[in-house]
Design a protein around this ligand. Structure first.
Ligand code: F0G
Length: 468
């Protein structure tokens, strides 16, 4: 298996709607099916592909760290996303993330020691999992000759777009963020890396709608996860998890759900690996919504809608959104990264849930912040949205759906420093102060708060405070 053998003429785009199925070349920059408007998949004629016989064969790449594509945690799996030749790839060392066995957190969520693993995607160059997708999308942007890029964002997408735009230097970008809706760390990155930042008077759902219109009108390359090339990059998070588990499939992969790009990509990764005979079966996927942004939860658990082999009941989804609009229901959660009520990848996620016998749970902001403090206490830490995965496992353990001996991997999507405000508030405020400031989000206490001690500039008092 050498990179030189890689064939990229086997890639194409295809409409995901079974009754349409229209095909397009990878050189097209379209983002929705021009015939029916549905989402597109990147697909491959695997019969003509150059593939490893087994996943373990990818380990040969570890010996070639001087090759930027083997160094990247995304492109060292190039054979499983072969849509672009090597010389088109834009990479900056993304995807070198770690899987950590987390026994303390295992205790918190009530699974046996040795059974809970945390996949730290916050260790990417821009501090979130988005870089896995953005390296692929910028690569595709080059392939199609894009001269400008745009995205809507709750923060991390904009930080990642800004980073790749700066590193690449050939595709300037504009990012649309909801005014006051994104965490400071993320806004700081977009500003610092030099993209044009539009603070739109509205939330993420508004920005998403507008950026699609803008991309269409100005023919700007769209960097959101409606772009199927992004999802190709995000598949590699799953390859790395398998790699870290010595190519064994865990029982569960648990991920927060926002725009549902990750869950869609993870489902596709596993479906393809099963199809190619690289794994015997997929793990089960659990997607965790915040209570205040629970569209997927409602669609799956209340409306009982499924992918149904491609016959998803679209009129009922449309009716659901109409009702949401009539009720003027807007997403509201302290986990601002997943404060999304109209996930663009809803149907792809339903498909992934079918492929993986997946489930959907929702957790409160209180549960999210408590879980976040537990993750933080184990080192590395994560931002609030990421901790929804851990809070979700705890809830699914309580309901008995996840067994205490099952091997569970939580994907921690973003770095702790993305949202220091939430962390500092949790650890420094009294319960009364928390309730006053965050009561509207249902947050009233900090069970795992690590309160700083205020002490006078006096040696005896400092010593006493240390010994206390
Ligand atoms: N976790 C973090 C830290 C995120 O930033 C996001 C999404 C998600 C989870 C949800 O992932 O969309 O694949 O379901 N952030 C996007 C953004 C929407 O604009 O940064 P998803």
């Amino acid at each position: 298996m050498t990179a030189i053998d890689l064939r990229t003429d086997i890639a194409y785009q295809q409409c995901m709607r079974a009754t349409c199925g229209a095909r397009y070349g990878v050189e097209e920059s379209i983002f929705e099916c021009p015939k029916c408007g549905d989402l597109l998949d990147v697909r491959y004629d695997w019969s003509r592909a150059v593939l490893p016989k087994k996943l373990k064969d990818f380990e040969a790449k570890w010996a070639h760290q001087d090759d930027p594509l083997a160094f990247s945690g995304v492109w060292r799996f190039h054979e499983l996303l072969p849509f672009a030749p090597r010389d088109q790839v834009i990479t900056c060392g993304e995807g070198r993330t770690i899987l950590q066995q987390a026994d303390r957190v295992a205790k918190f969520v009530d699974v046996d020691a040795g059974c809970l693993f945390l996949q730290y995607e916050g260790l990417n160059p821009s501090g979130s999992f988005k870089d896995n997708g953005m390296t692929a999308a910028f690569t595709h942007a080059h392939l199609v000759g894009a001269t400008r890029a745009a995205c809507a964002s709750t923060g991390n997408t904009s930080a990642s777009v800004a980073l790749y735009s700066a590193v690449d230097g050939r595709v300037p970008a504009v990012v649309l963020v909801g005014s006051g809706k994104i965490a400071y760390g993320k806004l700081a990155q977009a500003l610092d890396y030099g993209v044009r930042v539009l603070q739109v008077q509205g939330d993420f759902d508004v920005c998403m709608k507008r950026v699609k219109e803008v991309a269409r009108e100005l023919k700007i390359y769209l960097m959101n996860s409606v772009n199927p090339f992004r999802l190709e990059g995000q598949k590699t998070i799953m390859y790395r998890i398998l790699e870290a588990l010595r190519w064994e499939v865990p029982d569960w992969v648990v991920v927060p759900g926002g725009n549902l790009g990750n869950s869609s990509a993870f489902g596709k990764a596993f479906q393809e690996m099963v199809e190619l005979g690289l794994i015997p079966h997929p793990p089960r996927l659990a997607v965790i919504n915040a209570e205040g942004a629970d569209t997927l939860y409602r669609i799956v658990n209340t409306e009982r809608l499924t992918w149904d082999g491609g016959r998803v009941d679209e009129p009922r989804i449309a009716a659901f959104y109409k009702q949401m609009e009539a009720e003027k229901r807007h997403a509201k959660t302290l986990a601002s990264a997943i404060e999304i009520n109209r996930p663009v990848n809803l149907k792809k996620c339903l498909r992934a849930l079918e492929w993986t016998r997946g489930v959907v749970e929702k957790v409160s902001d209180q549960e999210i912040l408590d879980a976040k403090a537990q993750v933080g206490a184990g080192g590395f830490g994560c931002e609030p949205a990421s901790a929804a995965s851990v809070a979700g496992v705890r809830k699914l353990r309580r309901s008995g759906l996840i067994g205490h001996k099952e091997r569970v991997v939580c994907v921690l999507t973003g770095h702790a420093l993305k949202d220091p405000h939430a962390t500092v508030a949790y650890h420094t405020k009294t319960d009364a102060e928390l309730a006053a400031e965050y009561g509207g989000y249902g947050v009233r206490s900090a069970a795992f708060g690590n309160r700083p001690v205020v002490v006078a500039d006096d040696l005896a008092k400092i010593v006493a405070a240390i010994q206390a």
